[in-house]
Ligand binder design. Structure first.
Ligand code: ADP
Length: 452
């Protein structure tokens, strides 16, 4: 980038210098044009004056030169012999017949030229004319010192300008490029999510664009993290689900092979194998059913909602779980009322899962309380409880607290993740509180608009 900018810069500088040079040439040409015209006019006047004058040619030459300095006046014959000169002694001067303006004057009556003066050091403008048929030629010359001074001054100014531009390129452009490169690095960093704070723009005009990029980069990175998290969850889910299905399948294969190879001889052994196969099938079915429930729960947000009488749903659940609770001597209690704007099936599955867990992990002869309030559902038990460090994980898929502790209780580790997905689909937020040995409480809070 630095090279490109430097190239552009030097193109700009070259164009500027070229324009300056052309301007100088134009000014010089115009000035020379003016001088040439003035010299022509003066020559005309001089001829008229000479024709009437009775003074010697030397006097005439000196008087005319004095009247219009710094003009030099020379009288000469057509053969180039100098008769009089305002600046030099005519006798000591060489023949001037070879001078271009003199040659032209002899051939065409008048001539002019711009050339280096052989007697004076420097360029001069010459104009010569024949005086009638007298064989006399008058030549005027005008030194171009003024033009030379103009060109020198202009040239020095151009050199200085070039030096300043060169320094500018070194200092300003260098700094500008460094700042711009740093800014681009910052923007790049921003896009890759490697910057927490918003960079300050090198130029105030860029601040708006940088703010915009920072905002979009922030959103992009947040979305990317979310996508990565979802992808990770999905791949964890596939790995866990495969594991949960493979374990019972391996057991089933083992028992089937035992029977096939005649290792279960007696009727009793065969019955043991069959019941184990049945139990593993049941476990597999539970996992598959829960996976289906979970995937349905995650897509339930889009279903049409209705006003749900939560108390009526809870009563139904208490009724259907009473035999299960009775096996452990657990008493089910229901209190409060609630209506909810949502999907009845979701409410049913939430309450069923939480109450079923409360019974499964409840203690013999204990209690389960379902309490409904205006914007809150609470399911509590006085069972085994959950250790504090497990609490943040129990809503994760396939997470089971201490497999050995729960080995007597069947479970897939999916129940609470289903409940959480369903609660969220109804606009609710679930959390758990627990104390080991004293019981657990699951609380779902609904937002203002969901609980009717
Ligand atoms: P599972 O099918 O194993 O019950 P869940 O997702 O329903 O799966 O529960 C995850 C874990 O949380 C369970 O393994 C269990 O240890 C613990 N848990 C859930 N509910 C209760 C409860 N009411 N009391 C004690 N522990 C519970």
């Amino acid at each position: 980038m630095k090279k490109t900018l430097a190239r552009l810069y030097w193109i700009g500088v070259s164009v500027t210098m070229l324009v300056a040079l052309l301007t100088m040439a134009l000014i010089t040409a115009l000035r020379i044009g003016d001088l040439r015209k003035n010299l022509g006019d003066l020559l005309q006047t001089t001829i008229a004056w000479t024709m009437e004058s009775t003074e010697s040619l030397q006097h005439q030459a000196e008087n005319i030169a004095k009247a219009s300095p710094p003009t030099r006046v020379t009288f000469l014959l057509e053969n180039g012999l100098v008769l009089a000169d305002s600046d030099e002694d005519a006798l000591g001067m060489e023949l001037h017949g070879d001078r271009p303006e003199i040659r032209e004057a002899i051939q065409r009556g008048n001539g002019d030229s711009l050339r280096l003066s052989e007697t004076r050091n420097g360029f001069a403008l010459y104009a010569a004319r024949r005086v009638g048929d007298s064989g006399l030629i008058i030549r005027l010359s005008y030194p171009l010192d003024e033009i030379r001074n103009l060109i020198v001054t202009y040239g020095i100014a151009l050199v200085l300008l070039f030096a300043v531009l060169f320094l500018l390129q070194r200092v300003v452009l260098g700094r500008f490029c460094t700042a711009l490169v740093r800014q681009m690095d910052e923007v790049q960093n921003l896009l890759e999510g490697g910057m927490d704070s918003q960079p300050k723009a090198v130029f105030p005009e860029l601040q708006g664009a940088i703010n915009n990029i920072a905002y979009r980069a922030g959103r992009l990175n947040a979305d990317l993290s979310e996508v990565n998290r979802t992808l990770q969850l999905r791949s964890d889910f596939v790995a866990n689900a495969s594991h949960e299905i493979r374990s019972p399948l391996t057991s089933i294969m083992g028992f089937a092979e035992m029977m096939d190879e005649g290792m279960a001889d007696t009727e009793e052994e065969r019955q043991t194998c069959i019941s184990a196969i049945r139990s593993e099938c049941r476990r597999m079915l539970d996992v598959v059913e829960d996976i289906l429930l979970l995937s349905r729960a995650e897509g339930r947000r889009s279903l049409e909602t209705e006003t749900v009488d939560v108390k009526a749903v809870a009563e139904e659940i208490v009724q259907s779980l009473t035999p299960h609770a009775a096996q452990k001597g657990i008493a089910l209690h229901l209190a409060g009322e609630m209506t909810l704007n949502g999907v009845e099936k979701s409410v049913w599955e939430i309450l069923y899962n939480l109450a079923d867990n409360a019974i499964r992990y409840g203690r013999e002869g204990g209690n389960v309380w379902i309490t409904l309030a205006q914007k809150r559902i609470t399911v509590a038990d006085d069972g085994v409880g959950i250790e504090l460090h497990h609490l943040p994980h129990i809503f994760e898929q396939f997470y089971r607290v201490d497999e050995t502790r729960d080995s007597t209780v069947r479970g897939t580790g999916l129940g609470l993740s289903i409940v959480r997905a369903l609660a969220e689909s109804l606009g609710g937020c679930i959390r758990a509180e627990s104390e080991i040995g004293r019981g657990s409480t699951f609380i779902i809070d609904f937002e203002e608009g969901d609980a009717a």
